[in-house]
Design a protein around this ligand. Sequence first.
Ligand code: DQA
Length: 149
Amino acid sequence: MQNHEILVMNGPNLSRLGRREPDIYGDVTLDAVNAGLRERFPDVAFTFFQSEYEGALIEELYRVEDRGGCSGAVLNAGALTHYSIALRDAISAVGFPVIEVHLSNVHARETFRHTSVLAAVCAGVISGFGVDSYRLGVEAITHMAGAES
Ligand code: DQA
C-alpha cells in the first residue's frame, strides 16, 4: 500500500543537474535523484515535476490541490526562491505542507541567496545536504503526516 502522496517539484535550471556547476550542485542528474527517491521510499506515491517557468510550478501546485491534495511537497524552486512572490502566494493558497529544499547551503553563498521569500510560508527549510536534501524533505513530510494520523 502507498501511504503518502508526495509532490517533488524543481524549478528553473534544475533540469541541468549533474551537468550544471557540478562543483556546487554535484554530478547526479535530476532523473537519478528522482529514481533514488522512488527506490528509497517504495511506499510513497511520488509525482515529479520540473519546469523552467514560474507559472508552470504554480499550475502544478493547483493541479495537485484540485485533485484532492497530497501529503506534502518537496520544492527546490531554484532562483525563484529568492524573489517569486507569486510562487509564495501559491504555496500559501494550497492546503498541503511544502518543504523548501536546496542542494547547496544558500547561507554560505552570495548574499542575494540568503533571502528566501518562500521560507515563511513553507513548513520548513532544508539546505546544504546535496541530493540528500530531497530525502530529508521527504522524511520531514512523512514524519509530519505520521504525527497527524
Ligand atoms: C538552489 C540554490 C539557488 O540559489 C539556486 O538559484 C539554484 C539551486 C540549490 O538547490 O542549492 O538554482 O536552489
